[in-house]
Design a protein around this ligand. Structure first.
Ligand code: UGA
Length: 410
């Protein structure tokens, strides 16, 4: 098919590359010229494992442009623009303006909304453009976006039957079960899924707090013992410094605000947000261990700045929030991240983990990068290690503290 994708963020660019790789002719549109230029050169502006190679392999059927004119001949267009929070609620202006610009050049194509949007948005786009609109929310994670797009657990499609059939055809290669339904259900499935996953994380984080109060308790073992029950499942039961990134924080707030506007409270989602909001203060408590002055003038190595591993994304990054809080406690911060190069005011960045640790007195694991799992106890020596991501074996380090870890030697 001839396919357009508007919005070249993590989702739009991966969708474009994967669909080109499966025999479609794809044009990706973004209004930010440097971004488009970067995709057209061999240097994508974002780090997503495998993306650069996939784009290079499909140059013949994949191009990037700033001009909506290039969407003139496409049959379908995925809208994958941001839907940020504004005053707690969702800001749909990018979606609406993409749809209206598209109408100017190609009013007959099918719009497929991939951006996360509150129920009723597809209907609004139909009303404002008169075009046919399908909903096709995505469930891919940054860091494994290509694999998730190639083989999702399910594909959710909302819209009239004729439109749904076209979207089914596009994703048929995934072999995934298809949930074909109304636009409203598709829009809701996305929020219910992200809210549930965020709740799972906040749930285990509260039990992590409880574990810390019980000598001999360890949330890692509790989560494993729970997760092996197939009704519960092991995934998204990793305790830590709370969820960050461009999705969970924004989506939980958006659905809460949307539900309230409909006169419906979502108390569990509300609690999940409250628990998550407390994670940074809690991580600081674990680091200072009852002595607020203990950080003044101390050098702390923060290992990891990205909101999770395998990405360069620092939007709503919990490690960044932790750094700011520690700076507020008078600590001096050294940072190391394998990919993120963002300059963080008031900190010193190191290009190797070894140097970062050598120049520090305390080591904090802030992002679950695989390379930190192999942290050399010899390098750490007698420094205090604080694992707020639970990726280390406590028995490897003489001075160790962690979220969810009731010190077994007490
Ligand atoms: C999330 C969802 O997992 C995707 O299904 C969804 O498509 C996407 O949002 C979206 O709405 O676009 P993503 O934000 O890329 O994907 O990353 P996740 O792997 O879900 O991690 C989110 C946050 O939760 C990270 O900060 C991660 O460190 C944290 N997390 C995750 C935990 O603290 N514990 C866990 O067990 C899992």
């Amino acid at each position: 098919m001839r396919i357009g994708v508007i919005g070249l963020g993590y989702i739009g660019s991966v969708t474009a590359a994967v669909l080109a790789n499966h025999g479609n002719d794809v044009v990706g549109i973004d209004t930010v010229k440097p971004k488009v230029d970067a995709f057209n050169s061999a240097n994508p502006p974002i780090y997503e494992p495998g993306l650069s190679d996939l784009i290079e392999r499909n140059r013949d059927s994949l191009r990037f442009s700033t001009s909506y004119e290039d969407l003139k001949d496409v049959e379908v267009v995925f809208i994958a623009v941001p839907t940020p929070n504004r005053d707690g609620g969702i800001d749909l202006s990018y979606v609406m303006s993409a749809a209206s610009s598209l109408k100017q050049v190609n009013p007959d194509c099918l719009i497929i909304i991939k951006s996360t949007v509150v129920p009723g948005t597809a209907r609004k786009v139909i009303e404002s453009t008169g075009m046919t609109v399908a909903s096709n929310p995505e469930f891919t994670r940054e860091g494994s976006a290509i694999a998730d797009t190639e083989s999702p657990d399910r594909v959710v499609i909302g819209g009239p039957e004729s439109a749904s059939r076209i979207v089914e055809g596009i994703w048929i290669f995934t072999g995934a079960p298809m949930v074909v339904t109304t636009n409203e259900n598709a829009e809701l499935i996305k929020y219910a899924s992200n809210s549930f996953l965020a709740t799972k994380i906040s749930f285990i984080n509260e039990f992590a707090n409880l574990c810390e109060k019980i000598p001999g308790a360890d949330v890692e073992t509790v989560a494993r013992g729970m997760g092996l029950d197939q009704r519960i499942g092991e995934r998204f039961l990793k305790a830590g410094i709370g969820y960050g990134g461009s999705c969970f924080p924004k989506d939980t707030l958006a659905i809460l605000s949307f539900a309230r506007s409909m006169g419906q409270d979502l108390r569990i989602v509300d609690s999940a947000i409250t628990v998550n909001d407390g994670r940074i203060d809690h991580a600081v408590d674990v680091i200072i261990d009852g002595n607020p002055e203990s950080l003044r003038g101390r050098r702390i190595a923060i290992l990891g700045v990205a909101f999770k591993d395998n990405t360069d994304d620092v939007r709503e990054s919990q490690p960044l929030k932790l750094i700011n809080s520690l700076l507020g406690h008078g600590a001096m911060i050294n940072v190391y991240d394998p990919i993120v190069r963002t300059i963080i005011e008031g900190t010193t960045r190191f290009s190797t983990v070894e140097e970062c640790i050598r120049k520090s007195e305390i080591v904090v694991i802030a992002t679950e990068w695989p390379e930190f799992r192999k942290l050399d106890p010899g390098l750490v020596g007698d420094r205090l290690v604080v694992d707020v991501r639970r990726i280390l074996d406590p028995s490897d380090f003489p001075l160790f503290r962690a979220v969810g870890y009731g010190n077994a030697s007490d």
